[in-house]
Design a protein around this ligand. Structure first.
Ligand code: ADP
Ligand code: MG
Length: 831
């Protein structure tokens, strides 16, 4: 996003006297504020924003956004931060930490008059993700829009470096992501941070952890040491090493919920379901389809998983709008999707951990964690996307039986109250067959499934917590089948260093070009990865139906990139390494996995032996099967021999049905009364034909007879057509009569009694006729029903109950003696 200027940064026509006045007022204001802040007691209790010594623009900004009462963390942290102290703020998710650091940022810079292009950068707010940075920037804009003159900007990448560079030189406050700001610090000459007064890390523990450590250390190198540092997170770090890295000065640790029984919001109901990984998709589908009137956020472990589940479920139309979000989408798409989910009332968003932290989607009903989070902290942040700021929310975690014990232990250690629930048997729907058939039909989806499988397996493999994640205990074969794959791809971990993997995953994508073309389809680690179906389990000779299906599938129809991933022959065995022996293996190249298709020797040999051909007894083969050169096969009943010169042709030999095409066609015969077979069109014997007379004579007789037959039939048809026409006309007339009658009734209603009388009479007559007709019809059918069934009438699309009422009125209002009985009957029929 391009840097933007917040507030009234540049008045269009500055008037000199006004400006001087304003400056004077500001000076007075600042002095008063300064003394009020120095007298502020951080230990006192503050309940509303008016209790704090805040500048007029901030007060107005807060008021305009309807923020009046302080949350706990705000009440404790803001006074300290206003006084210039370093703060380590810890409070549950959704408890208002953003304002707890943004208010001090605005106020401290305001009091220091660090405003305008010459003042330089005064504060840097770092967020781990772009989405969160955008959100923080929006909050800053909201509370800064009522009179603050700071130039504030957003530097998160996804745009050209140049655009950001120009704006950076003028900024007073920057909200950024670590990678991008580091890029500017090292490349943008005009970007001067010597005057920086405040550094804020939102989701501090995340920014301080492994993934960002190198970037952060490098950033800090550039910043002046004499600054105020604020760290905020729901899962705050207290590690001395981390704090030393940031050179904090006597930091104040503010943890408002430390004594609370739970680390998660009290309004959040948390449950887990035991779901073996092959059943995950079934359970998820069942859940989504039974919660269509909700706003659901589903977490999966990787972008590939997200894409696969999204694509598969989308095709199956669950009846709730689906969205998906992961870090490899283009920035504009990411923005669009978060925005749509923000505004949606009922929607289901499949996402990776890009939105696990800090994002404030309004009114999320459910957080579903399909893939187990890497640790309890991630769990706490993910579930924190619901039940925000005193709202209610529910969270469900899917756990594989092998993960249950370990994960529950971890959650308990972090004070997370969670209870087991199970899916009602009736509600559980299996989508395995559907997913499988979709994958067989759509090579792209199958390819996504391959990648999803690989990335999920990798995510399990790189998990640090071996007590929770034990790769050996998962039913990967079953999982692959649930993704519609014909067997589990065999994954070879060439580099199994978990830290390295994580570092690479989180590494900023350096260079504008890279940033710009990051898209859902762009290559990433897995794109380069060799993935391939597992070798059939040769040891015990088990062949599943997927194996057979895989063999049946014509390889040529697979996606091009999928074909690339499949090695058909040559290096079939060889360098495959068992996953269990991989830890610490020397890396051959940068790939994390290497999975190859292994066609077992002996299976799928280029030329089928005779016994492979179903009609072997009817066929003979020439040529040399061993060399695989072209050869000919003579099929019984075939006119020409079959030349076998390609794999496709060889496959043909296996199919009885396809071979039929190459055999000579049979002919149809009919049997006469004596059971003798005859051709359908049999030529008459020459002598028999001649005995009946001259050929020309016979032809004329035949033509005459046929002409007579046609004439007779024509006559009958004409009579029938006439009759039908008459019937139609009568029906149309009847319809018109009925319509006229209705019109009359309407008129009567609209215009009052006078006109209604005329129309009413006609209508009445028609109505009675109708009633009579329908009555007799009904009586013919069943005497009993006459009582209840109303007369059949043409209904007009715009009229429902009105007509009956008006018919009633007419019936009651007019008395026609001759029809007394009928009228009574009709009234009764109308009920
Ligand atoms: P956290 O960073 O602790 O997860 P946020 O700062 O994102 O929480 O705030 C969560 C929600 O609470 C936001 O929607 C925000 O608008 C709201 N909020 C924050 N402070 C207040 C307040 N003082 N009064 C009312 N609502 C608030
Ligand atoms: Mg936050």
């Amino acid at each position: 996003m391009a840097p933007q200027l917040a507030g009234r940064a540049r008045p269009t026509k500055p008037k000199k006297p006004q400006r001087t006045n304003k400056r004077k007022r500001d000076d007075v204001d600042v002095e008063a504020l300064e003394s009020a802040v120095s007298e502020l007691d951080p230990k006192a209790t503050y309940t509303t924003f008016t209790d704090l010594p805040l500048s007029e623009p901030t007060r107005e900004g807060l008021k305009s956004a309807h923020f009046t009462t302080l949350t706990d963390i705000q009440a404790r942290a803001v006074p300290l931060a206003l006084k210039g102290r370093d703060v380590l703020g810890a409070a549950k998710t959704g408890s208002g930490k953003t304002l707890a650091f943004l208010i001090p940022v605005l106020e401290n810079l305001y009091r220091a008059q660090c405003i305008g292009g010459d003042a330089g950068l005064g504060a840097m707010v770092i967020s781990p993700t772009r989405e969160l940075a955008i959100q923080i920037f929006e909050v800053l804009r909201t509370i800064g829009r009522k009179g603050h003159l700071f130039a504030a900007g957003l530097v998160i990448g996804g745009k050209s470096l140049r655009e950001e560079q120009d704006a950076l030189a003028r900024m007073n406050i920057v909200v950024c992501t670590p990678g991008r700001i580091l890029q500017h610090l090292s490349q943008t000459a005009a970007f001067n941070v010597d005057n920086l007064r405040m550094l804020v890390l939102d989701e501090a523990d995340r920014i301080l952890d492994m993934g960002f450590s190198r970037d952060l250390d490098a950033i800090i190198e550039y910043l002046p040491t004499d600054r105020q540092t604020l760290l905020f997170s729901a899962t705050q770090t207290k590690k001395v090493g981390d704090l030393a890295r940031l050179s904090l000065r006597d930091p104040e640790y503010v943890s408002v919920h430390e004594a609370a029984t739970a680390a998660t919001p009290a309004t959040l109901q948390q449950n887990y379901v035991l779901t073996p990984i092959p059943e995950k998709l079934d359970t998820l589908w069942s859940f989504i389809t039974s919660s269509k009137k909700s706003k659901i956020l589903v977490f999966l472990s990787s972008g590939k998983q997200v894409r696969f589940v999204y694509e598969a479920f989308r095709h199956m139309q669950p009846g709730i709008p689906l969205l998906h979000l992961h870090g490899r989408q283009k920035q504009t798409a990411r923005l669009d999707i978060t925005d749509r989910f923000r505004r949606a009332q009922h929607s289901c968003l499949f996402a990776t951990d890009v939105v696990a932290r800090g994002i404030d989607f309004p009114a999320v009903d459910w957080v579903v964690q399909v893939d187990c989070p890497e640790d309890a902290d991630t769990y706490i942040h993910r579930v924190g996307r619901t039940a925000r700021y005193e709202r209610e929310g529910r969270a469900v975690l899917f756990l594989d039986p092998s993960e249950e014990e370990g994960m529950l232990k971890r959650l308990e250690q972090k004070r997370v109250p969670i209870e087991r629930i199970s899916v009602r048997g009736k509600k559980q729907i299996s989508v395995k067959k559907q997913v499988q058939s979709m994958c067989f039909q759509d090579p792209q989806l199958k390819y996504l499934g391959q990648k999803a499988f690989a990335s999920y397996t990798r995510s399990l493999h790189v998990q640090k917590d071996r007590e929770v994640f034990d790769l050996q205990k998962y039913d990967l074969e079953g999982f692959a089948a649930s993704l519609g794959l014909p067997g589990a791809p065999r994954i070879k971990f060439l580099r199994a260093d978990a830290e390295e993997v994580k570092r690479r995953k989180n590494a900023p994508r350096m260079g504008p070009e890279v940033d710009d073309d990051v898209s859902a389809d762009s290559d990433d680690e897995e794109g380069e990865m060799g993935v391939e179906r597992a070798k059939l389990d040769k040891k015990n000779g088990v062949r599943t139906k997927y194996d057979r299906m895989f063999e049946r599938k014509n390889q040529d129809v697979l996606a091009e990139h999928y074909a690339k991933m499949v090695k058909t022959d040559g290096d079939a065995g060889g360098e495959d390494v068992d996953m269990s022996r991989l830890d610490g293996e020397q890396a051959v190249d940068d790939d994390l996995f290497d999975v190859k298709r292994r066609i077992p020797a002996g299976e799928g040999s280029p030329v089928p032996s005779l016994s492979d051909i179903d009609d072997a007894d009817e066929a003979s083969v020439t040529g040399d099967p061993a060399t695989g050169t072209s050869r000919t096969v003579h099929l019984a009943g075939a006119k020409d021999p079959l030349i076998i010169d390609s794999k496709r042709r060889e496959k043909l030999l296996k199919s009885k049905k396809k071979l039929l095409k190459h055999k000579a066609k049979g002919s149809r015969v009919v049997f006469d009364d004596e059971g003798m077979p005859h051709q359908v069109y049999e030529m008459q014997d020459d002598e028999a034909f001649r005995s009946k007379g001259a050929a020309e004579e016979q032809r004329r007789q035949y033509v005459d007879a046929e002409a007579e037959r046609v004439r007779e039939q024509d006559g009958r048809d004409k009579v029938l057509a006439k009759e039908k026409k008459r019937e139609k006309r009568e029906k149309r007339k009847e319809r018109e009569r009925a319509a006229e009658e209705e019109d009359g009734v309407e008129k009567g209603e609209d215009d009052g009694t006078g006109v209604g009388l005329v129309g009413g009479e006609d209508a009445m007559a028609n109505f009675l006729a109708d009633a009579q007709a329908s009555g007799s019809d009904l009586e013919e059918e069943a005497d009993v029903e006459v009582e209840e069934q109303p007369p059949k009438k043409q209904k007009k699309w715009f009229q429902k109950d009105v007509r009956r009422d008006s018919d009633d009125e007419v019936g009651v209002g007019k008395e026609i003696g001759t029809f007394d009985e009928l009228e009574a009957e009709a009234a009764r029929l109308l009920g």
